[in-house]
Design a protein around this ligand. Structure first.
Ligand SMILES: *[C@@H]1O[C@H](CO)[C@@H](O)[C@H](O)[C@H]1NC(C)=O
Ligand SMILES: *[C@@H]1O[C@H](CO)[C@@H](O)[C@H](O)[C@H]1NC(C)=O
Ligand SMILES: *[C@@H]1O[C@H](CO)[C@@H](O)[C@H](O)[C@H]1NC(C)=O
Ligand SMILES: *[C@@H]1O[C@H](CO)[C@@H](O)[C@H](O)[C@H]1NC(C)=O
Ligand SMILES: *[C@@H]1O[C@H](CO)[C@@H](O)[C@H](O)[C@H]1NC(C)=O
Ligand SMILES: *[C@@H]1O[C@H](CO)[C@@H](O)[C@H](O)[C@H]1NC(C)=O
Ligand SMILES: *[C@@H]1O[C@H](CO)[C@@H](O)[C@H](O)[C@H]1NC(C)=O
Length: 323
């Protein structure tokens, strides 16, 4: 008992010491050394941007792609989008405690995301899409509680989507499309009430579509197309998504009928359910979705001679409805 008390007291003191000392020690010099370390980890810089511009003789806040906060003069944003950089991310970036926007999208960064990035407590926007990152999508991402955009699309991420992503209370954009992610879609992602767009297209996800059990008025689009999802679309899926404008579920193994709750989505513009094993016909109410623009509705791939399975006459009806 006494021992337990002592050790937790020590733990608290230790925690206090380490957190205060790291607060004291990080400064703009910490940011500078982390960025120089990033420069060092860039193996190829075809436009010589970092090589020429990220130099110790000019202030960090004036370096290309770097923004600082006006009060504290710490780096708040890194924007290295589309510079053709090849390299890896060093762990030192985790020391940039004021970083809020981190974009390295459309480069050729590879390797794993260093776990030290989990220290970036102020990070709001993580744009890492269109690179060659690999490994699993780490569960520590769930500890970046201020995150609003998580874009890891078009990389080589594998493994399952961690359940912890559902702990991101402010997440608005979750883009994981074009990776090799497998396993089920964690039901926790629809617990995020701020979620606006979720795009998991072109992966190897399996299992069924989780239901949306709480009010998700922010939810605008769901794209789960081209995966291996099975089972029915949950009957009550659309009871809580009044502002859904896009539902893209084509190229899966979904079966059963289209839930009639779908017609509660009066804002629906894009609907794609083709290449599944869905059955039945579209309810007449589809004609009441006046904003619907695109609706692909084949249960089977088009055959070569372009003959269409029977129930696609629904499509013509939709055309007749002037949708
Ligand atoms: C570095 O880039 C910034 C922003 O583009 C520019 O204002 C500055 O003149 C550049 N400095 C050098 C030394 O090239
Ligand atoms: C920053 O991070 C690296 C590696 O994660 C570490 O070795 C270093 O001591 C840290 N602190 C500072 C102040 O740079
Ligand atoms: C991906 O990045 C490459 C350069 O690395 C660029 O040419 C291409 O247009 C980008 N693609 C997308 C979809 O942004
Ligand atoms: C995510 O990143 C990719 C690649 O850079 C880009 O094409 C896409 O528009 C981004 N998506 C969102 C929702 O930000
Ligand atoms: C996709 O997942 C299935 C199991 O669900 C597996 O058999 C298959 O090899 C995976 N395909 C790829 C390309 O990873
Ligand atoms: C979503 O719809 C509700 C009504 O169902 C509306 O009050 C709200 O403003 C909408 N929210 C957004 C983010 O569009
Ligand atoms: C659909 O619209 C028709 C009129 O075009 C109306 O009679 C019907 O009640 C509407 N149905 C629903 C479910 O809103």
């Amino acid at each position: 008992m006494g021992n337990k008390f002592l050790s937790s007291a020590l733990l608290i003191i230790f925690h206090f010491l380490t957190s205060t000392s790291s607060m004291k020690l990080t400064s703009i010099l910490t940011d500078q050394s982390a960025l120089l370390m990033l420069k060092h980890h860039v193996l190829h810089d075809p436009q010589n941007i970092l090589t020429a511009n990220w130099s110790g003789s000019t202030p960090v806040c004036s370096w290309f792609g770097i923004s600082c906060g006006s009060k504290h003069r710490r780096v708040t944003a890194i924007n290295l989008h589309g510079l053709g950089l090849i390299g890896t991310l060093p762990p030192h970036l985790g020391n940039m405690s004021f970083l809020s926007v981190f974009s390295v999208s459309s480069n050729n960064f590879h390797g794993r995301l260093p776990v030290e990035l989990s220290n970036l407590r102020r990070l709001k926007h993580m744009y890492f899409g269109n690179n060659s990152f690999d490994g699993e999508i780490a569960s520590w991402i769930g500890s970046l509680t201020r995150l609003r955009s998580l874009n890891l699309s078009h990389n080589n991420f594998q493994g399952a989507i961690p359940f912890s992503l559902g702990y991101l209370p402010k997440l608005e954009i979750l883009s994981l499309f074009e990776n090799q992610i497998s396993g089920p879609i964690p039901s926790s992602i629809f617990d995020i009430s701020s979620l606006q767009r979720v795009n998991l297209r072109n992966n190897n996800l399996s299992g069924s579509i989780p239901s949306v059990s709480r009010d998700s008025v922010s939810l605008e689009s769901i794209d789960f197309s081209n995966n291996n999802l099975v089972g029915h679309i949950p009957e009550d899926m659309f009871d809580h998504t009044p502002n859904l404008t896009g539902l893209l579920l084509s190229d899966n193994l979904l079966s059963g009928r289209i839930p009639s709750s779908l017609f509660k989505c009066k804002e629906l513009e894009f609907l794609s359910l083709s290449y599944n094993h869905l059955e039945g016909s579209l309810a007449v109410e589809i004609g009441n979705l006046s904003t619907l623009q695109v609706s692909l509705y084949w249960s089977e791939p088009l055959s070569r001679d372009n003959t269409r399975p029977d129930w696609q006459s629904q499509e013509y009806r939709m055309v007749e409805f002037g949708i």
